[in-house]
Design a protein around this ligand. Sequence first.
Ligand SMILES: *Cc1c(COP(=O)(O)O)cnc(C)c1O
Length: 815
Amino acid sequence: MSAYSLPQLAGVLEAEVLGSTQHQFRFISTDSRRIAFAQQTLFFALPGPHRSGQEFIEDAWKQGVRQFVTYEKPAANYLHDGCFAIVADAYAALQNLAAFKRAQFNYPVVGITGSNGKTIVKEWLYEALHPFFAIVRSPKSYNSQTGVPLSVWNMEASHTLAIFEAGISQPGEMEKLEQIIRPTMGIFTMLGDAHDAGFTNRQEKLHEKLKLFAGCKQLVCCTDDEPVKNALQRFDGRLYDWGHDASCWMQVLSEQPMDSGTTVSVRLEIKRWQVTVPFKERTDVYNALHVACAMAALGFEEAVINERMLQLHPLEMRLQWQKGIHNCNLLNDSYSNDMESLQAALQYLRQQGRHQRKTAMLSPVSDAHVRQQLLPGLAQLLRHQGIQRLIAVGDAFEVYVEQYRGEGLEVSWFPNTEALLQQLPSISFQHEDILIKGGRVHQFEKVAERLQWQRHSTVLEINLSKLAANLRYYRGLLQPGTKLMAMVKAGGYGSGDAEVARTLQDNGVEYLAVAFANEGVAIREAGVNLPVMVLNCPPESFATLEQHLLEPELFSLQHLQQFIAFARRLGLQHYPVHIKVDTGMHRLGFDTADLDQLAESLRNEQTVQVRTVFTHLVASENPAHDAFTNQQLAAFDAFTQRLEELLPYPFIKHAANTSAIQRHPQAHYELVRLGIGLYLGAQPPDQIARLTTTVAQIREVTKGESVGYGRNQLLPHDARIATVRIGYADGYRRMLGRGIGSMYVRGQRLPVVGNVCMDMTMLDATAVPALQVGDEVEVFGPHISLHELATWCDTIPYEILTSIGQRVQRIFLQE
Ligand SMILES: *Cc1c(COP(=O)(O)O)cnc(C)c1O
């Protein structure tokens, strides 16, 4: 990997370079929490909407970074040892640097864009092509104005093919990405509705996206969509389009569902050909066809394409935490063992890990490029990321065992997965985080299975990436500088407090709020150091609050006096508290009548200090009550104005919950409180939670018989009845019985038959003859939204989420 120095690149960066000239860098970073090799890293201090890059310089410096690109001159003491490139625009500098790197290589570069499917097509193309090329590709979904430069920076002379994805959210962005990627081959996945907000219409969005292909010689695309087809007539290079129209280069003649996937008959120029892809859902099949078409465009034979297509598997580009044996946590990553995904997994392990001790288990590495690039420095990389032990499988590692041990790593080596499985019972695993990383071909999932704690088969999956995306969405509705308090009460609305709180902290939330002190303690124990407001604090909980630096909501004069008395006893000074004002909810809070006495009590009080004053809106979601909402806000304004006059110091005001963030910008003040929106998103596909169970037994029951307790419903026809492992003790409400509720499996909704039992529910599975014992059944998720399930129960999604039983296992995903 080549090394560069800032003085040498001053022209490329359009920078004035100051300070020490002795440093060289190989890596670049824009995130001070993601620095692996600090001394060899160039750090870009990028200004963001809520924090300046300068704030992160200090953090990066402490980790050992000495090379920076920034837009402000640093203090003189940084210049003895540090090297700073001062630029007008740090984003432009990052992009110029990546473009400079790109220009050094002549191998083909595939650029992928489209509204959906970019990452999956990139990953599948990589899977299909990796036996034939040394491929560099975008890590994860790095496709933004910073993600693309970071991806392109990974290009090296030893690669023979690059695959990058490009995503945009507003006009003007794609031209910049095109300058950096300069793809020689393009793939356009599809034009959907995602990110419509930034564009005046679909046409503009399409036009903008197609700019990625300005310099491409080849373009792969589905032209079933008429506007796409028309727009592509202006494409200069060779078009390899596919679709159902006879004019396509690759025409789809038929799609035949099979047991194990879908067989697609195509006409390619004049040849007919059948390709089977191991998927049934239409979007998967079409994404796979992009890959097949791209392979054909690259000149691969049909037989080779067929063989590669069968290797594709559903994208598990997500890291899964699972409960392991002996109180271990497993981070199960069945991704391929390449450099980028290993780094991502290690960082995730370091940030989200629970235990001090950490083990990495790696499957055989076959890719020659990875062997050369990754293995020599592997021990250093692992040590840096806090890993003490490596369990390595395969011949590639054998020669390094002694070297790694010399570098301070505990190492166990096995020639193959079979040997590891045999020895597994004799290896000690105790209270540690274990990263299991390996390709499917090596059957590493068997290793994971053996280390898993016996899993309750009803599982609530929480997608932390979606949580972060929802947070970004609501942030986007705020004025710059408005702070955000995330409501994680009731265990993150039922989804799991520790992981949710940590994700929120990592994504820059300024404040958290919980309902009770013990919820705050759980968050502190998970390593979260954000300020936390606690909504419900009886005097017995004051000591716990103080021990964990949790901040009480105080709601009455009596409550205030109790807390002040407590604070005096402990000799506390300026302990942060929050004052709740009742403006119409009539639940908890000070009344206007209390105002003078409240101010009197606080004015000269040194033990506590009011950090914020807030109220809660009763019906901010409902336009019919907007007048009432405004009345609440007016009462709140009057209260806080008066209090501001009476108190000797300023405080923060807040009122808005999720729907007020969306509907009442005048209620944002300096801080908003985001709750349900984090968990449900702005529309059904964004909900972060998915609840699944499994089929325990299937039987045929004849017409006229009843199912389950009570005999309230006699079967109107012969039926195939499936018993699934969820009941009202898990939060699947009894009122969902007798056809009110249904669950989703294999493309069908199956109605509940009879009464829901405590731990089991019966479904009419007559419509799905292929259903098998052990199949996963969706209770809610992408096919049955929480909203819909809540409607069946005559309630709101908040209640459904928060009543999911504690025995239901939570699994956290990260994409
Ligand atoms: C729960 C809660 C919120 C969040 O409300 P959502 O509608 O879920 O956004 C805000 N403020 C207070 C005081 C709450 O108790």
